[in-house]
Design a protein around this ligand. Structure first.
Ligand SMILES: C[S@@+](CC[C@H](N)C(=O)[O-])C[C@H]1O[C@@H](n2cnc3c(N)ncnc32)[C@H](O)[C@@H]1O
Length: 272
């Protein structure tokens, strides 16, 4: 791969999905995009770069596949488990007690679905302990249609289940099928999925009481990160909550989201 071909791929990824690739990531790009060459009948990275720059039907398929191949879909159940303990034992019970009407949660960049389904499990658990009937709607979005197909199937391998679930939850929440383990309908029912690029306006999604935006902003520039978080703050109802992963920081320029103190996990509240 020549430097020029690398620069074309680098610029495309930045413009299409916000991902910033440093100048020293040629090996990663070669590794991840190498498989696309035979798949699309391309003879070289030069032909791949040409496809990225053109507007044919084939080239749009190549571009989708490039984003799919270059995004990292790592995820697991109850990732940052203290955040989910706080959600189940504090946030949902408080909202259930105060709010009437549907409670809306957004899992932005949800990958194969473990995050929104974990949120759904927490909602189910909190609802069982609440005297009020509560309707919780969770939307999981991701840029990758391919990974969303996995999320929608709600069927996971034994290995995927072993990452973050205890044996009791596994046996209570999943049914063995011919192609894996299917999550129970009462958990799946609360979640819907939609392909969505975080670089696009959020207004089509509506407003939320809780947003999870974890382990995706790390791939973006500081400017894009600030822009996304500022628009997420605008998409939250007053008093709503935002979760980043425990290792991600809130840029100081975002004044409408303040850290919640005294909880078991770090998260942010929209100032009313
Ligand atoms: C590492 S996973 C995080 C999954 C989950 N949030 C978690 O913390 O376990 C990052 C996800 O971000 C998605 N992604 C990357 N760029 C995106 C963008 N511009 N818009 C929406 N999703 C994006 C990827 O497809 C990938 O599934």
């Amino acid at each position: 791969m020549t430097i020029n071909e690398y620069k074309i791929i680098q610029a495309y990824l930045n413009q299409a999905c916000g991902i910033v690739l440093n100048d020293n990531k040629q090996y990663l790009v070669k590794n991840r995009l190498g498989n696309l060459l035979p798949k699309f009948d391309l003879a070289s990275f030069s032909e791949l770069a040409t496809a990225i720059q053109s507007n044919s039907t084939l080239s749009s398929k190549v571009k989708v596949a490039v984003v799919d191949a270059m995004t990292t879909n790592e995820t697991f159940w109850f990732r940052d488990d203290m955040q989910f303990l706080e959600l189940k034992e504090k946030i949902f019970p408080d909202i259930f007690a105060k709010k009437t009407g549907t409670i809306k949660v957004w899992s932005a960049a949800c990958s194969s679905g473990q995050e929104p389904y974990t949120i759904s499990m927490c909602a189910e658990d909190a609802a069982k302990k609440s005297s009020k009937h509560q309707n919780v709607q969770i939307i999981g979005t991701d840029i990758s249609e391919t990974i969303l197909q996995e999320a929608k199937s709600a069927t996971y391998s034994e290995l995927a289940l072993s990452r973050g679930l205890d044996s009791q939850t596994k046996s209570q929440m999943f049914q063995k099928t011919h192609d894996g383990y299917k999550l129970n309908a009462n958990i799946v029912r609360k979640v819907r999925f939609q392909q969505f690029n975080l670089l696009k306006p959020f207004s089509v999604l509506g407003r939320f009481n809780i947003i999870f935006c974890r382990n995706v902003l790390i791939y973006f520039s500081d400017e894009v990160k600030r822009d996304i978080l500022s628009r997420m703050a605008d998409s939250l109802e007053p008093g709503g909550f935002l979760f980043l992963s425990s290792t991600e920081a809130m840029p100081p320029s975002i004044k409408t989201l303040e850290p919640v103190r005294g909880g078991r996990a770090r998260y942010f509240k929209k100032i009313a």
